[in-house]
Design a protein around this ligand. Structure first.
Ligand SMILES: Nc1ncnc2c1ncn2[C@@H]1O[C@H](COP(=O)(O)OP(=O)(O)OP(=O)(O)O)[C@@H](O)[C@H]1O
Length: 463
């Protein structure tokens, strides 16, 4: 591994262990370094003592600093049943190992295992930072990159069928293409998409399985169906939740055995495809209700990945909007967006998710004259916000309404100011996915000042 992996220890025993690991690391080809500041947003190693009461908060603080992949090494006794592990994962660790030490043998073995694990994380990081992702699968929010990482992991390191779930327009088909692009290097086959909403049990056999010449009136030649065409590629069954019960049975057999018969033929045809399915329905619930076959569900849901709705990744709205603008305007893509339009785009609701945002941006682009920023006048009338107090600025109007409520509740000026500050801190942190430095920047304060404010906030909440 060429670049050094940032490593940190919290506490005395962990520091001794990290020292031992640093001594052994070069012998195992692992490049570890203790730096006061992380060099980049990539995999990292954190050694801590799970028995230390302050360790959970300390781990949380490190994880909040922005690195996404952190391997935790627990150097301590910890509970026998490992129950604390889940809390550390919740605090932000990617994984956790318990290690005793620090004997030289154990440290060498640990280094080898850490190296393999970090290499896997780094490999996935490299995919997520590659042009095929940054150019096509826009977004850097935690929920989106976590989902994308799981898609990449499933595509690269296994053959299980992938089930993509999520609301309409969240990028399920785009992710199916991503799976194809990652497995394409190995298999060379195509991505074959079947829209299950258009299938019907009487007529769709040929589309799925193909037919022989003369199989039915009008079958003048042999036809290869979707299952055969997907050989050595990816078969993408979109909207699989819409499948009729009869078709569910037909598909089950072909998916299970990876072989089928063309309509009008008695010969088995083998096809080696990677299966990716998508649905915006809650299939587990439909299985419970009896409307979706449990056996088919368990076949297709080898690896289920939920794509987040846009409301859970508002920080991605503007990068997505810029991406779609660039697609519409070509070379003139890097245009500024006026703050009023940026706020409108970020704060509005998107029941149609990314597809809806894309359509709105396409409408904005229609009015873009070719120079200057995107201005409020380019926003279609029905999308513009309306305000009761026409004479006031929109923000002042919202504030006035909130202050009115506070006065009605007999709050003092001091309490109103504190409530407003706390709300702004919460909003900024939520918009920045809990990243303190980014939220501090947004609020024009130092990260230290923001942390102090948070501490006061949680102090007053616990009283
Ligand atoms: N992260 C993203 N980056 C760039 N474009 C995106 C992203 N997510 C979605 N899109 C675009 O949004 C549109 C809708 O995405 P897609 O068709 O993949 O959604 P879907 O979840 O399959 O929708 P549906 O359930 O309605 O079929 C497409 O044009 C797609 O290219």
């Amino acid at each position: 591994m060429a670049r050094a992996i940032w490593a940190k220890a919290i506490g005395r025993e962990p520091e001794a262990m990290l020292k031992r690991l640093l001594a052994e690391a070069p012998l195992c080809g692992l490049s570890l370094d203790v730096l006061s500041e992380p060099v980049e947003d990539s995999a990292a190693l954190l050694v801590f003592d799970p028995d230390d009461p302050g360790s959970l908060t300390a781990v949380q603080d490190v994880c909040r600093e922005g690195r996404r992949q952190i391997l935790g090494i627990a150097a301590g006794r910890a509970a026998e049943d490992g129950s604390a592990d889940w809390r550390f994962l919740q605090a932000g660790l990617t994984d956790i190992w318990h290690a005793k030490g620090p004997s030289a043998d154990l440290a060498a073995d640990l280094c080898r295992r850490i190296k393999m694990r970090l290499e896997r994380m780094t490999q996935l990081d490299a995919v997520l930072k590659s042009e095929r992702v940054t150019r096509n699968l826009v977004g850097s929010s935690g929920v989106w990159t976590d989902a994308l990482r799981r898609v990449a992991e499933a595509a690269l390191f296994g053959t299980l069928p992938i089930l993509l779930t999520g609301e309409s327009g969240t990028g399920k088909e785009l992710c199916a293409r991503f799976v194809k692009s990652l497995s394409g290097d190995r298999s060379g086959g195509d991505l074959i998409t079947v829209d299950c909403t258009t299938l019907n049990p009487e007529l769709s056999g040929s589309e799925l399985f193909g037919h022989d010449r003369g199989a039915f009136t009008g079958a003048v030649g042999m036809r290869r169906g979707a299952f055969a065409l997907a050989n050595r590629g990816v078969l993408f069954l979109d909207e699989i939740g819409e499948l009729d019960r009869l078709l569910q049975v037909q598909l089950l057999r072909a998916i299970q055995e990876k072989r089928f018969k063309r309509v009008g033929s008695n010969e088995w045809v083998q096809s080696d495809f990677r299966l990716v399915c998508a649905t915006n329905r809650d299939l587990a619930q439909e299985v419970a209700d009896g409307s979706f076959r449990a056996d088919l569900y368990h076949r297709i849901a080898g690896c289920t990945i939920r794509l987040p709705p846009l409301r859970d990744r508002r920080g991605d709205v503007l990068p997505l909007a810029r991406h779609f603008l660039a697609a519409c305007l070509g070379e003139e893509g890097a245009v500024e967006i006026e703050p009023s339009v940026a706020t409108l785009l970020t704060e509005r609701e998107y029941p149609g998710n990314v597809r809806e945002l894309q359509q709105i941006v396409q409408r904005l682009a229609l009015r873009y004259p070719g120079a200057g920023p995107v201005t409020p006048g380019m926003v279609p009338a029905e999308l513009r916000p309306t305000h009761d107090c026409a004479t006031e600025a929109p923000e002042a109007c919202e504030f006035a309404r909130a202050a009115d409520g506070a006065l009605a509740a007999h709050m003092s000026l001091k309490d109103i100011a504190r409530e407003a500050t706390d709300a702004a801190v919460r909003l900024a942190l939520s918009r920045c996915d809990g990243n303190v430095s980014a939220a501090a920047k947004l609020l024009s304060v130092t990260p230290r000042a923001l942390q102090l404010r948070q501490a006061q906030q949680s102090g007053s909440e616990s009283h």
